[in-house]
Design a protein around this ligand. Structure first.
Ligand code: GDP
Ligand code: MG
Length: 363
């Protein structure tokens, strides 16, 4: 059989509902993958996720495109993961694993990092248990067959690591207030750019900081890996490109998500971004759930500018500004302004900067 040519970091995406496809794609892109194709799977098979026919179709796409991974944007059972890997001969990522990859890019504090590692290990454990059982039964062929001894050793390693992290987190929680005070090392105001994935956070971050690509080397403070300081309003201000909010976040990683959101709750001001080009209903729904999330992580006292982005492709912007302004006053949030912009086409950015400066002056 001819060996397949595999292209690094490429994925074939599987979604249940076409509605989830753009978000899944954006999340994978942010995690550093290139999505070569996506396939919608409506009927799920309990033992292999894909039914017989779908499995053949996916197999031929995997081989033809040479993807390095299959991403199923859904919650998978261990035996489904094992079965897919065995049948398709590629590594399989599920929704939880992809989201955790993004979280780890945003985790600044020790606590957030541990919280994410804990979630990842806990997620892996049942899978390793499944492999161990199969290895004992000699059911694992080829590249899954690391051998019973190796899998068993790894299983025990993961279990003891989980126990250790859980202990460390207990200790850290007790010292949390202290850590937070230390993190304020620089004294300069930190402004978090928050909002759903794909609302344009990174585009605005790059625009405000004049960065083309916010990559590791130039990053600035220790608070978050995606923070960069610039001179604005006559002083230095740090902008933070925060982790995107995600719809329907799997329960098992909610705690890790909260820990990552501290990059927002410990900021001095928030730019809450919404994609104004989406349906009015959806924009308001996302606004509502963003505000609720911010309140949950204790960010409600923080001055917040709502940024309605993508006005270059949006209709009825004025009405939307009015609607968002009106709704804002009914929340116990500190919304200080609502500013329509286009980060991509650089429309109204000066107006946003003025608003930012007004907030910063009052800090
Ligand atoms: P993030 O996930 O919130 O960081 O969003 P990105 O900054 O990665 O942007 C998501 C997509 O929206 C990209 O394709 C951007 O080019 C696009 N985008 C961002 N801002 C604008 C805008 O003002 N207008 C339009 N038309 N597209 C935009
Ligand atoms: Mg981004």
């Amino acid at each position: 059989m001819a060996r397949r040519v595999v292209v690094e970091n490429t994925v074939l995406l599987i979604v249940r509902d076409p509605i989830d496809e753009p978000e899944a794609r954006a999340i994978l892109t942010e995690a550093g993958y290139q999505v070569l194709k996506s396939i919608v799977v409506r009927r799920v098979d309990p033992s292999c996720y894909l039914g017989r026919g779908k499995l053949r179709e996916v197999k031929s796409v995997v081989d033809a495109l040479g993807v390095s991974k299959l991403c199923v944007f859904d919650e998978l059972r261990p035996r489904q993961v094992t079965c897919l890997m065995r049948e398709l001969g590629v590594e399989v990522l599920d929704k939880v694993m992809v989201i955790l990859e993004i979280f780890s890019r945003h985790a600044g504090s020790k606590e957030a990092k541990l919280q994410i590692e804990l979630a990842r290990l806990r997620h892996q454990l049942p899978l390793i248990r499944d492999w161990l059982r199969r290895a004992k039964l000699r059911e694992l062929p080829g590249f899954l067959g690391a051998g019973e001894y190796a899998i068993d050793a790894y299983y025990r390693h993961v279990k003891s690591r989980i126990a250790r992290i859980a202990r460390e987190l207990e200790e850290l929680r007790a010292r949390r207030a202290l850590e937070r005070a230390k993190r304020r090392e620089s004294g300069m105001p930190h402004i978090a750019i928050a909002g759903y994935t794909n609302s344009g956070k990174t585009t605005l971050f790059n625009l405000l900081t004049n960065l083309r690509k916010p990559t590791g080397t130039e990053l600035f403070t220790t608070m978050s890996p995606k923070t960069y300081a610039v001179k604005m309003c006559g002083r230095k201000i740090a902008f933070v490109d925060t982790v995107g909010f995600i719809r329907k976040i799997p329960l098992e990683i909610v705690e890790a998500f909260r820990a990552v959101l501290e990059e927002i709750s410990s900021a001095d001001a928030i730019l809450l971004m919404l994609d104004a080009s989406e349906d009015r209903e959806l924009v308001l729904e996302k606004f509502d759930s963003s505000i609720r999330l911010l309140r949950e992580v204790g960010a409600h006292g923080i001055p917040t500018i709502v940024v309605l982005n993508k006005i270059d492709v949006a209709n009825g912007v004025e009405e939307l500004v009015d609607a968002v302004t009106k709704v804002s006053s009914s929340y116990e949030m500190n919304v200080v302004d609502v500013v329509p912009i286009s980060a991509l086409k650089r429309i109204n950015v000066d107006r946003l900067k003025e608003s930012i400066c007004r907030v910063v002056e009052c800090l």
